[in-house]
Design a protein around this ligand. Structure first.
Ligand SMILES: [Fe+2]
Length: 322
């Protein structure tokens, strides 16, 4: 329900200072995150069919209408996109953003950007770029990349990104796989239902995040795993790298007396698909298939960590995050 402010006086001349001034009864405005005002972030899922055919294009996972954002946005602060690039073609990943993160779902190619050495990328690579010229991504083979940036946050602030806060950084697939294999071989991993690598950058020692605003995790969910719920105030834009049918995430706002999620929504995973986990929601990943699955959640946890507002909590103690 829309309620008028208790003070709103149209004025002219020097009194224009008051033209936009409003006052609300505290009870009308103390919690503006509600339907019809500041829209809550919805549960949403995107099908891999979005990138499995078609021309070279940026495919935004766009909730801007629902969220009231002026440009494509997947959450209030982040934009997630699929990039599909045909062989021999190029695409400029243009965004006014402080952090651009790319994960190569499949294919291979190169990245060129003024002032930065060329990067050759292939499937399983992840790389991040700070503010600067739009990078040109050119494909050798048909390629699909997951691209997340923080442009919507800058649009909200009304600012242009001007300062690079970290060095461009590449996490090659072979490095990620080697580290993941070491984790899987660790004797303590046999008892864990959550095995994940958090990607970090030595320019950002305090947050231990992949950029100063973004957080990235390469995680595996072993066959048969049922993870205990956890929650955090960052939003998660989850990419499913690969899975068999039977993998899903349970999501809900409350825990029951046993520590399970009460009346959860179930999001069934699809290889190459994506979904959103809203801030503050309890969530738990389950793999009832017979094969290990892999996921890549991207969050705005770098920003939340800086603001000390991450508020991550685990049902039944620390088991992992994602
Ligand atoms: Fe999470």
């Amino acid at each position: 329900m829309t309620q008028a402010p208790i003070h709103s006086i149209p004025t002219t001349g020097s009194a224009q200072w008051q033209a936009k001034a409003e006052l609300f009864d505290y009870r009308q405005a103390a919690n503006p995150v509600r339907a019809g005002l500041t829209e809550p972030i919805p549960l949403r899922q995107w099908d891999p069919a979005l990138h499995q055919s078609g021309p070279t294009a940026v495919v935004p996972l766009d909730l801007s209408n629902e969220l009231g954002c002026s440009a494509p946005a997947t959450s209030p602060g982040l934009s997630a996109n699929f990039l599909r690039i045909e062989p021999g073609e190029g695409l400029k990943a243009a965004a006014n953003a402080t952090s651009l993160l790319f994960y190569v779902l499949h294919g291979s190619g190169s990245l060129k950007r003024a002032g930065t050495p060329q990067l050759d990328w292939s499937a399983g690579d992840l790389f991040v770029l700070p503010a600067g010229e739009p990078p040109l991504l050119t494909a050798k083979a048909t390629s699909v990349l997951y691209w997340v940036h923080d442009g919507p946050l800058l649009s909200h602030l009304g600012v242009e990104a001007s300062t690079a806060r970290f060095e461009p950084t590449h996490y090659p697939a072979a490095l990620l796989q080697r580290e993941l294999d070491q984790l899987l071989a660790d004797p303590s991993s046999a008892r864990s239902n959550r095995l994940s690598l958090l990607l970090a950058n030595s320019d950002l020692p305090q947050s231990r995040t992949v950029t100063h605003t973004l957080w990235a995790m390469l995680g595996v969910v072993p066959a048969g795993a049922i993870q205990p719920p956890h929650r955090h105030q960052s939003v998660a834009l989850d990419l499913i790298i690969d899975c068999d049918p039977g993998c899903y995430t349970l999501v809900g706002t409350e825990l029951d007396a046993s520590g399970a999620i009460a009346n959860p929504s179930r999001i069934d995973w699809q290889s190459g698909g994506a979904f959103i986990t809203p801030p503050g929601y309890w969530h738990a990943h389950v793999n009832s298939s017979e094969r290990m699955s892999r996921l890549l959640p991207i969050q705005d946890s770098g920003l939340h960590t800086y603001l000390r507002s991450l508020d991550i909590r685990f049902s039944g103690g620390l088991q992992g995050n994602g």
